[in-house]
Design a protein around this ligand. Structure first.
Ligand code: ADE
Ligand code: ZN
Length: 329
């Protein structure tokens, strides 16, 4: 069946990574930028491996160079998510790409994005932002990003996270930035256990003291860690389509999401960077049905776990919960 109209809660989504290639191409053309090398003959994003993906991702952000550009991007990606039944979306926002980590510029970019997100409410989608450090930009850049996060923590900016090259730098070096964000009242998540093994997940828990892990799937290689995640209620933002497209796992069937769930780990499902991986939330659900036989009751349970773990306030959580109830309830 198609799960397009089933309401969905999505916690792991990068705003730039959700930019449709056609929009990026049009914006680049309008600005006289030649970035044709990041597309294949069909016009899709083209990359061979994770590090090249990160580079293509960065090049694709270049046409978006003003608050208005990011407002447009927010409007487009919110519309696409709403189209796939997403009723609540937390998206990663990077001051690195929005004004080069300058707090004043960041506030202008963010104000424009918040306005676009508010307009998207009429599509039945509520958005919140997670300020995100880029790991391979280093700990000092992460600290500057945390300053941006501190100054904009509030109703819309509800969390702080870190993506990028998981093997860059030692995790402990980023603890200071996460401490700053925590002191500003932000909730914490970090990418780990995607390109590095179980130790990276332990490091994120120990040094960054995060309550959610972006991906985290390679915890499956360490049964004691799986038990720890289950016991502590740590939530994994699992992005199976991303993992398969980037080659973390060779197929959906080989993906550990079902084994993690069976072991009692709180798993959720997200797209990460939908057009890069030729996915969307509907397709994620369809592939999970195909690979593991999951259906409406499993997806309803995933939504509940995700909503419980969402970084929004409880009044918003209660509002979203109503959207998850079956229409005839
Ligand atoms: N940034 C965007 N997508 C990412 C991913 N899958 N891993 C790390 N950083 C990212
Ligand atoms: Zn990600």
């Amino acid at each position: 069946m198609t799960y397009k109209d089933v309401p969905k809660v999505e916690l792991h989504h990068h705003i730039e990574g959700a930019a449709p290639p056609a929009l990026v191409r049009d914006m680049a053309r309008a600005r006289g930028l030649d970035i044709s090398h990041i597309f294949d003959a069909q016009g899709a994003y083209s990359y061979r491996d994770f590090l090249q993906f990160l580079n293509v991702y960065e090049v694709a952000t270049r046409p978006f160079s003003s608050p208005d550009d990011y407002a447009l991007l927010m409007a487009v990606v919110a519309g696409e998510a709403a189209e796939q039944g997403v009723v609540y979306l937390e998206t990663f926002l990077s001051p690195d790409f929005c004004g080069g980590r300058d707090p004043v510029a960041w506030q202008e970019y963010l104000a424009a994005m918040i306005e676009a997100a508010a307009s998207a409410e009429q599509l039945g989608i509520t958005l919140r932002g997670i300020v995100t450090a880029v790991r391979h930009s280093g700990p000092e850049a992460a600290r500057e990003t945390a300053v941006c996060a501190q100054e904009t923590a509030g109703d819309f900016i509800v969390g702080f996270g870190m993506g990028g090259d998981e093997n860059a730098g030692a995790t402990a070096e980023f603890a200071y930035a996460f401490d700053m964000a925590r002191e500003a009242g932000l909730r914490l998540t970090s990418h780990a256990g995607e390109w590095a093994g179980p130790a990276s997940v332990r490091d994120a828990l120990t040094h960054l003291k995060v309550e959610r892990i972006g991906h985290g799937v390679r915890a499956i290689e360490d049964p004691e860690l799986v038990a720890l995640l289950a016991d502590t209620g740590t939530v994994l933002e699992v992005c199976p389509g991303s993992n398969v497209a980037l080659g973390v796992y060779p197929s959906w069937e080989a993906h550990p999401i079902a084994r993690l769930r069976d072991a009692g780990v709180k798993v959720t499902v997200s797209t990460d960077d939908p057009p890069f991986f030729h996915t969307n939330m509907t397709r994620e659900f369809e592939e999970l049905e195909r690979a593991f036989g999951w259906g409406l009751s499993e997806f309803a349970a995933l939504n509940r776990v995700a909503l419980d773990a969402a970084f929004c306030d409880d009044a918003t959580r209660a509002e979203i919960a109503k959207r998850l109830e079956p229409a005839d309830a």
